[in-house]
Design a protein around this ligand. Structure first.
Ligand code: SAH
Length: 210
């Protein structure tokens, strides 16, 4: 599948019906999602790999990974309503994704269900609750040796410090995230925020001491 086709397929997916500001529910726009997934595909991290999407929302990243030929794909989200939309989205594009309702902070449950080759995620940036992205980073590094994530532009350095003992950022690519007016505190119809797509590579297997 070509990048353009992936983007067009992802454009067809439904978004959040009642987005929650507290959960920072912003659907990744198709061009940005396709770009991250294609990058991961080129690095050999998608095709035939078991992939887990943490905070899968309406399923864009998980479904895109499945379209690109991932092995088993799982999506985890705390919000049942989002999972229902994600399931309908997967059915629309005729791909198989296992969606699980869970809190990413439930490490026991996630390690039991969701160890993977690759994690993909667009976690809350922590705009509503400081450091809301940290539980996502923590569990991602436990679940898989490689993680792709979208963060606010300029956060790479903080993340690098936060993960220093466990992983390194071996790539980051800039991008733009156009956010449509969704919540009452949004003042513009569309606001473009700078983001970076980051590849985190674990330094050692999770069951080994550093
Ligand atoms: N991955 C989707 C959604 C991104 S929005 C996309 O790229 O479009 C962030 C998602 O994280 C939301 O769906 C929200 O419900 C979910 N989320 C927030 N906190 C969570 C938590 N503690 N555990 C699991 N999911 C969580």
């Amino acid at each position: 599948m070509k990048l353009k086709h992936l983007e067009m397929a992802l454009q067809r997916l439904s978004g959040f019906s009642h987005p929650s500001a507290a959960l920072e529910q912003y659907q990744t726009p198709a061009p940005l999602a396709a770009r991250m997934l294609f990058h991961a595909l080129m690095k050999g991290d998608i095709s035939g790999k078991n992939v887990c999407d943490l905070g899968s929302g309406t399923g864009v990243l998980a479904i895109g990974a499945a379209l690109l030929g991932a092995g088993h794909v799982r999506g985890v989200d705390i919000d049942k309503n989002a999972i229902e939309i994600a399931m309908a989205n997967a059915a629309l594009l005729d791909v198989e994704v296992e969606f699980i309702i869970a809190d990413v902070r439930d490490a026991g449950l996630l390690t039991a269900c969701c160890s993977s080759d690759t994690v993909i995620m667009n976690p809350p940036f922590g705009a509503q609750k400081a450091h809301a992205d940290r539980p996502f980073i923590d569990i991602a590094l436990t679940l898989a040796p490689v993680t792709y994530s979208i963060f606010n532009a300029g956060s790479a350095q903080f993340i690098e410090t936060y993960i220093a003992e466990r992983a390194e950022i071996d790539e980051h690519v800039g991008g733009v995230f156009p956010i449509k007016r969704t919540f009452s505190f949004h003042t513009r119809d569309i606001q473009e925020i700078g983001v970076e797509i980051v590849r985190l590579k674990r330094k050692y297997a999770s069951n080994h001491a550093p």
